[in-house]
Structures are given as C-alpha cells and as structure tokens.
Write a protein that binds this ligand. Structure first.
Ligand code: KG4
Ligand code: ZN
Length: 330
C-alpha cells in the first residue's frame, strides 16, 4: 500500500492531506482564507499567495504529525501545479519540490481539475470509467466524459461565467457574505422560486454548453426592482440554475454514448438542492449517481493526493523543473 502527501494552494484554501491507495484519508488539514478575502468580496491573489506562503509549511508538518508519520514514510509528494492563481500555485509546487528533493521521493504535478474530476473515485471504489462528470466550481463549469486517467473529452463548457461565480455574484447582490454559494443556498430554503421569473439561458440548445451571465444580470434587475423578497430571488436563482444543469446534462448524456455513472464534483457540488436534482436525473436515466462527500467537493488536498496516487500507480511522476501553469485545460 502506498501513501501520498497532497498539497493544494491554487485558490484561497491552503490544504495538505495524506491519502493511501486503499482510499483512506490518514490526515488532512485545510486553512481557509475566507476571513482575509471577505472584506473584498472575492479572492485577492496577492493576499492569497502571502497567506499560502505563511501557512503551508506548518500545515504540512501538522498533517504529518496528525497521522504520526514522517516524510520518510510517504511514497510521493503531489501538488496542484495549475490551473489557478499563479502565486498560490507556485507556493504549493515549490514546497512540494523542496520536500521531494529533501526526501528523495517522486514529485507529482497534479492538474487541479483532474483532482476534482477523480475525487469521486476516492470517495467510491465502485466508480468505473467512463463516467459523465459535471464539474462545477467557482472558476469552472464543464461537462466531461472521463474515459480514464488523463483521458477527458470535454463535451461542454460555459460561454461566460462559471456557476460558482454566478452563485457568488448573485449572493453579493443580495447582500450575503463571501463565499456566497453556501449563504445563498441557506437563504433559498426560505424562499419561493415561483415568485420571481428568471431566464434559463441556453436551455434546449443543441450543444450542451452553459451560460450564466444573463441569469446573474436578471438577479440584479430583480433585486433593483424592489418587487421581490431576497429569499424568493435566491430560491428562483437556484431553481433556474438547477433547470439549466439538468437540461444541459440530459443533452450531454445523449451525446456521450453509454456511461457507467453520472458524477458531480467541484465546490458547487456541495449544494444539496443541486445534488438532489442530479440524483433524480440519474435515476430517470437508469444510472448510478455519485457525488463525493461535501468536504471533498470544495477545494481540498485529499483529491490532489488521490490524483497523485492514481498517477504514481501507473508509474508516472514529474521532473523537479516542472512548471506551474496558471492555465491548464484538461
Ligand atoms: O471547487 P471550489 O472550492 O473552488 C474552485 O476551484 O473554484 O469551489 C468554490 C465555489 C464557490 O463559487 C462557492 O460559492 C461554491 O463553490 N459553493 C457553492 C456551495 N458551496 C460552495 N455553491 C452553491 N451552493 C453551495 N452549497
Ligand atoms: Zn477547485
């Protein structure tokens, strides 16, 4: 059995985790920077990079201590090498390089999106390729056919905003704090979606792409009109988003051919209403529905360690001069 140390620092979570090849998370620590970025209503790259630089090394030491391990007992070091905010990515990747060099262990440069995409396989050993994956986070909104490790066919993307971004911006319009997704979901529980008419951009279109900019603007207009309660706007926004996701996924399933499961990953997959709607869609299609537990949906290092493990087990690793990549499509 192998153990990989995973490091994540591509956005505003500083995280480290130790994961074994039998899918046990031996230890994991996540330091959120929400407090630092909250006053600005979004992630400030320079503040994020400095916070990662201060927190990462002690966080890794604490994670190793939690598991009662030393670096010598780890089989490889995996870190997010992109895509993401370059300052933070470099802090994590350079730290991983130093640890790999000092301990003479392989380095694995992980694509953050691959981390999200494979996280359901960490959570569920039964999940086989190929699967249809909805990857929805603050920066990404894609439908991928996952055919194997490193083998992704992108069936759809967003033509403007990512869904998490639309959640965050709509939450801001409604005066909710940052990050807005979870706050908007809570407020939506108290509202009635039918009271606010909102558009379903691209619904019914041939290609399964997404668009959320128009929905976000409609939320702003609804708020500015003064005609609606905030909770009703929140509920209507969430329902419109769900209708779009379900419609676009139905289209993608028709295009993808046979798959083993419908899978969701990424920060927005933490949304309970979205999970239930996708579960119902999968049931209608006769497919298993797989969603990682909430803590594996938002940014974390266990998914990076797991993607590293999948690569390590196929004999893959990276040289010490591997570059950080702010843009790195799957
Ligand atoms: O994957 P993630 O942690 O970071 C990125 O790689 O982007 O995703 C963060 C995004 C944020 O936009 C956040 O508002 C959204 O996921 N999010 C949610 C919920 N929890 C997190 N959106 C809707 N409902 C939630 N419960
Ligand atoms: Zn992410």
């Amino acid at each position: 059995m192998r153990t990989v140390l995973g490091i994540e620092s591509s956005c505003d979570e500083t995280a480290a985790a130790l994961v074994t090849s039998d899918r046990t998370i031996l230890a994991q620590r996540i330091a959120s920077q929400d407090d630092a970025h909250g006053p600005y209503g979004g992630v400030v790259p320079e503040i994020a990079a400095r916070a990662h630089a201060e927190r990462l090394a002690p966080l890794i030491a604490a994670t190793l201590a939690d598991a009662g391990m030393t670096l010598d007992q780890v089989d490889a070091i995996a870190a997010t090498a992109g895509p993401g905010l370059i300052g933070g990515v470099m802090v994590g990747l350079v730290t991983a390089k130093a640890l790999a060099m000092a301990s003479d262990k392989p380095l694995i440069a992980v694509n953050h999106l691959e981390g999200h995409a494979l996280s359901p396989r960490l959570a569920d050993a039964s999940l086989q390729y190929p699967y249809l994956l909805l990857l929805v986070s603050g920066g990404h909104c894609q439908i991928l056919l996952v055919e194997g490790l490193g083998r992704f066919r992108r069936l759809a993307t967003t033509i403007d905003d990512a869904l998490g971004e639309a959640f965050d911006k709509s939450a801001k319009v409604l005066g909710l704090g940052y990050p807005g997704g979870p706050a908007l979901e809570r407020l939506a529980l108290e509202g009635d979606a039918r009271k606010v008419p909102l558009p379903r951009p691209l619904k019914g279109s041939d290609e399964p792409h997404f668009s959320f900019a128009g929905l976000k603007s409609a939320v702003l207009r609804a708020k500015q009109s003064g005609d609606y309660a905030d909770a009703d706007i929140a509920a209507a926004f969430q329902q419109a988003a769900i209708d779009c996701l379900v419609d676009r996924l139905q289209r993608a399933l028709a295009l993808a051919g046979p798959v083993e499961a419908l899978v969701v990953a990424g920060g927005v997959a933490a949304n309970t209403a979205i999970r239930s709607a996708l579960e119902a869609l999968a049931a209608r299609q006769g497919l298993p529905f797989i969603a990682p537990p909430l803590g594996l949906c938002t940014d974390n290092a266990a998914m990076i360690a797991w993607a590293g493990l999948e690569r390590l087990e196929r004999g893959q690793s990276d040289p010490l001069d591997v570059a950080a990549r702010p843009r790195w499509p799957l």
